[in-house]
Ligand binder design. Structure first.
Ligand code: NDP
Length: 315
């Protein structure tokens, strides 16, 4: 039986510590439409670089605090921990779950197999959102991979199909060769690296944008316009950065392993940045400030050994 998405209707499910939830500062998180029938909660909890053994605990804590959207990936090697948390809390049908296809699984046939593995790892019968993790242009298989995702969507086992790290040249090819634009592009976006050309392309083609590394790994928090806005609104610099994303209409998936920060990162709906503050923060963009890899040249396989050797899988 298919799950129904009940994000707004049932925020206080059984089996979760009510006292904790009632003190959480997360009234209603807006959703962004992805398709005619699918919306994504604007703030999610990212689990990159959370170890397999601690993921269940971190996700359970995030759910308790009020997150209803989890972002994982086959390449994080912690999908099972996410699935265990969904089962332990009884909240599988109330949480929006995203996962992503690894580079070494690109190609039509491999993508179909990889998707089945992801579903089995998560213990779900369908996924809310499935993304191609990187365009991986060196192997030039992303159009075939995209066709597999479109087919999975047709079959009803993914509710929405999207991509991650796709630049305008990659997005244009998907649209030209299949007639179907991704519902969303998950990209590195933070104040000091905001990819204006790709954001413009997405806007022009009705593609939602989801910011990964939304805090720039903390690198932007000392910037003057952010510190000033934090002081003016009596919030933290992280909240200013996340509010800047929210007011720009982006989905965000901040990651923290600290409960207080998880809570803080959801609590960005009680203040509003002025147009001048928004402009000052946006002006921090500098193409040299990327904290992740460049999609045009990223050629890692994302196999377990490869991720481990690159320090992306903590013990
Ligand atoms: P973030 O910008 O979310 O930064 C995370 C870092 O900021 C952690 O060190 C965390 O520390 C710290 N932090 C979190 N909240 C606060 C706060 N309120 N105040 C101060 N510091 C804070 O970067 P990530 O790269 O982790 O990205 C988030 C998510 O994006 C990932 O988990 C993943 O889901 C996704 N992602 C996707 C990629 C892709 O290629 N599609 C690539 C990279 C990430 P601590 O944990 O100690 O609190």
């Amino acid at each position: 039986m298919m799950r129904t998405f009940e994000y707004r209707e049932d925020r206080f499910p059984k089996g979760v510590n009510m006292e904790h939830i009632e003190t959480a500062t997360t009234p209603d998180i807006p959703s962004i439409p992805l398709t005619d029938s699918v919306s994504i909660p604007q703030i999610g909890f990212g689990v990159f670089q959370i170890s397999a053994s601690t993921t269940q605990q971190a996700v359970e804590q995030a759910l308790e605090i009020g997150y209803r959207h989890i972002d994982t990936a086959a390449a994080y090697y912690n999908e099972r921990g996410v699935g265990d948390a969904l089962r332990a809390t009884g909240m599988a049908d109330k949480v929006f779950v995203t996962s992503k296809l690894r580079n070494c699984d690109q190609g039509y046939d491999a993508a179909r197999v990889a998707f089945d593995t992801t579903l089995a790892n998560l213990g779900l019968d369908h996924l809310d959102l499935y993304l191609i993790h990187w365009p991986f242009p060196a192997v030039n298989q992303y159009v075939e991979t995209w066709k597999a995702l479109l087919e999975l969507q047709q079959e009803g086992v993914i509710r929405a199909a999207g991509v991650s790290n796709f630049l305008p040249e990659h997005l244009r090819r998907l649209i030209d060769e299949t007639g179907k634009a991704p519902a969303i592009d998950q990209l590195e976006v933070h104040p000091s690296f905001s990819q204006p050309e790709t954001l413009r392309f997405c806007k022009d083609h009705g593609i939602a944008v989801e910011a990964y590394s939304p805090l720039g790994h903390g690198s932007d928090m000392q910037a003057e316009p952010i510190r000033q806005a934090a002081e003016a609104h009596r919030v933290t610099p992280a909240q200013v950065v996340l509010r800047w994303h929210v007011q720009s209409g982006r989905v965000i998936i901040p990651k923290s392993t600290h409960a207080e920060r998880m809570r803080q990162n959801l609590d960005v709906f009680g203040f509003e940045l002025t147009a001048e503050e928004m402009r000052g923060i946006s002006a921090l963009h500098d193409p040299a400030n990327r904290v992740g890899a460049d999609p045009a040249t990223f050629v890692q396989s994302q196999s377990w050994a490869n991720q481990k050797s690159r320090g992306n899988i903590p013990d």
